[in-house]
Ligand binder design. Structure first.
Ligand code: WTA
Length: 647
């Protein structure tokens, strides 16, 4: 992509931070931000070394930053434990009786775990893991609903230095098996099922199916959540509540190297199988801790709610680790926003007096559609700050969020970051940054972005280009699990000397960043990254499919929908086959990859060199008239037929 990216957005509204918010904010003056940002750019080791005083260390590091991108190490020689930082240190003062997690299940059941309670449960489960043979460095898969046991299991892993790999509950048995195999996981923690929109999402049965294909897993721990019957295999499967009965509540945190692997989180790339993004202990924790403090302006008295599922990186960093490291109260909700009705989120905010609320543009678009009556029926006066993450937010959805939820009182932080970055990178600081609807505004201290052309030149003026990072930061991924070459290739080969993970963006006259979306073959469906390649291979694994090309198209609620162009072997396709293919993709990947459209085509449009012309397919899927140059198209007839293939 050498030509500049055209931006169609022309947004000029600007909202300064309310003065009462500014007066109390953790970062409260423009000078403070400028000074932090400049220091972090010019002396990263000095800056981050100072910030690291916000964590508790068993042994101080010798070197803050060692090496250059792509191979950087942070806080070399330091010894630390993440669960100690999220739990033990808060037990020394009045926070020991503060709510760490306020949880509500979809059916309305509730649990509150104070810091002491969470510490006890984590120590006990860490002892359970040890009893089942898990050692420092072993991989543990967590495939669970949004219940407190998930946070407990994560923290227990970090206590003993086991590496967790959390798989979102919407993924299929096949996807679980792939991830188990890639990580060579030894143990898996799951539940009988979880609640979603009044129905059970069965997890244990999916685990059973996955284990036929992932033999590395020796033990399964099952939380009883819904009470649904499950099959328990003797000497392999254990109930959580049985194991927790007779273990000690004392478990010393292991003193781990700063660079000890912390977790693997699989995410989609533009080619091949999912990538096992690996984060390490101290750098990740420091990023999650500082960004929570700066961006969410966390204070002791806040009740903070991030609606993300812990199966995604947002849940890792901003439901669990960031808030707990800061000693905050984090709200966790198990189910859907529209169960039993569309007012559920607003009811929760009113009930728990939530002060900080962090959600996704796809959710906001659904709220807009459901209408203002739902939020208007509830008292939202406890809110003081709103956030969004996951995809570019359309300015009208931003304005609705500002007016109806924030009541023009709450700053909005539109936070840009990625699984790979570990924490927020570009975002307003709510006390100082005037916001513009649709822009994630400016880089946080320690983040040095640029907009470049394909050959790495800074794009002049306010034109679009590729968003890159020119300096390393502590919470960046260290490798792709088991495939360091792919790591270097994926993120550091495209643009010499910089990190690039696939987004296009532009910078306006105020230096604000406007992310324009992915420039690679990654879809962003309801804020979740999906590779077109993975959906294509799922389709091609069906016996009737000869070839498939998958593209995104604009979708009112999901941001991007999934459109599949499929050419068949033999006979023509019909509606029954469409249904079958949709079910097939769901079985291979999971419900989140459900195709919105299947279009049968005699052949796919290709260039003379045999490359599928995806941009053409994108236009057709979006119902746009032909805007692309088709002179390289091999067979013009294909195009006419594809247009007729409309559903
Ligand atoms: C997109 C989620 C615009 C972007 C934390 C990125 C955004 C991908 C924003 C990462 C935002 C995330 N504005 N786009 N505020 N936040 N994105 O790894 O395309 O699931 O590359 O991490 O989501 O998705 P991931």
């Amino acid at each position: 992509m050498s030509e500049a990216i055209e931006s169609v957005l022309n947004e000029t509204r600007k909202f300064p931070p309310p003065s009462d918010f500014a007066a109390q904010a953790n970062i409260s003056s423009e000078e403070q931000y400028q000074q932090m940002w400049t220091r972090a750019k010019e002396d990263p080791a000095g800056f981050w070394g100072d910030m690291a005083a916000n964590l508790d260390w068993f042994k101080k590091w010798d070197t803050v930053l060692d090496g250059a991108m792509p191979n950087t190490k942070w806080f070399v020689g330091g010894k630390i434990n993440l669960s100690y930082n999220c739990l033990d240190r808060h037990l020394l003062g009045p926070n020991k009786n503060k709510a760490a997690i306020i949880w509500e299940g979809e059916p309305g059941d509730t649990r509150v775990l104070r810091y002491q309670d969470l510490h006890r449960e984590v120590c006990k489960f860490a002892n359970v893991l040890k009893k089942l043979g898990v050692q420092t460095g072993d991989r543990v898969t967590l495939y669970m609903p949004m219940i407190p046991e998930l946070a407990i299991a994560m923290l227990a892993c970090t206590r003993i230095g086991a590496i967790h790999s959390i798989i979102f509950g919407g993924f299929s048995a096949e996807a679980v098996a792939d991830r188990n195999n890639d990580a060579q996981a030894k143990l898996i923690v799951t539940a009988d099922a979880g609640w979603r929109r009044g129905k059970e999402v069965f997890l244990k049965s999916a685990v059973d199916a996955s284990l036929e294909k992932s033999p590395s897993v020796q033990k399964v721990v099952v939380v009883r959540r819904t009470g649904s019957p499950v099959e328990m295999v003797p000497d392999r499967d254990y109930w959580w509540h049985d194991l927790m009965k007779d273990v000690s509540a004392e478990c010393d945190p292991v003193q781990l190297d700063a660079e000890h692997p912390l977790f693997i989180l699989y995410t989609s790339g533009s080619t091949g199988k999912p990538k096992g993004v690996l984060h390490t202990t101290a750098g990740y924790l420091l990023g999650a801790t500082m960004t929570s403090k700066w961006v969410f302006d966390l204070k002791d008295e806040d009740t903070y709610w991030c609606t993300a599922d812990i199966g995604w990186v947002t849940g890792h960093s901003y439901v669990v680790y960031g808030p707990l490291a800061n000693g905050a109260t984090t709200v966790m909700y198990e189910g859907a926003p529209n169960w039993p009705d569309e007012g559920r989120f607003w009811e929760l905010i009113e009930k728990y007096r939530v002060s900080i609320f962090y959600t996704a543009p796809t959710a906001i678009r659904a709220f807009v559609k459901w209408g203002d009556d739902w939020p208007n029926r509830h008292d939202l006066s406890s809110l003081r700050l709103l956030g969004t993450v996951g995809e570019p937010i359309n300015p009208e959805a931003w304005m609705w969020y500002h007016k109806i939820i924030g009541q023009e009182r709450c700053p909005i932080v539109d936070t840009w970051w990625q699984t790979e970055t570990g924490g927020i990178m570009i975002s307003p600081l709510p006390g100082i940054t005037p916001t513009k609807p649709g822009s994630c505004t400016r880089p946080l201290p320690g983040v040095v972005p640029d907009i470049v052309t394909k050959d790495g030149q800074t794009v002049p003026g306010t034109n679009g280009g590729l968003l890159v990072m020119k300096q390393p930061w502590p919470s960046m991924l260290r490798t792709l699990y088991g495939d360091h070459d792919r790591f270097v290739q994926t993120y550091f080969s495209e643009i010499p000397g910089a990190y690039f993970a696939g987004d296009g963006a532009r910078r306006d006259e105020d230096g604000y960043y406007w992310v324009m979306g992915r420039v690679d073959d990654v879809l962003n469906v309801a804020g979740h990254r999906l590779s077109t390649m993975e959906v294509e291979s799922a389709l091609v694994s069906h016996p009737r499919v000869a070839e498939a090309a998958v593209v995104g198209f604009p979708h009112d609620l999901k941001g991007e929908g999934i459109c599949c162009f499929v050419s068949l072997k033999g006979l023509d396709g019909d509606d029954a086959l469409k249904k079958e293919l949709i079910a097939h993709v769901r079985k291979q990947i999971g419900a989140l990859a459900t195709p919105d459209q299947i279009r049968f085509a005699a052949a796919l449009p290709k260039t003379r060199s045999g490359k599928i012309m995806r941009r053409l397919l994108r236009d057709i899927a979006a119902g746009r008239e032909k805007t692309q140059d088709t002179t390289t198209l091999e067979d013009y007839n294909v195009l006419a037929k594809l247009r007729e293939s409309d559903e």
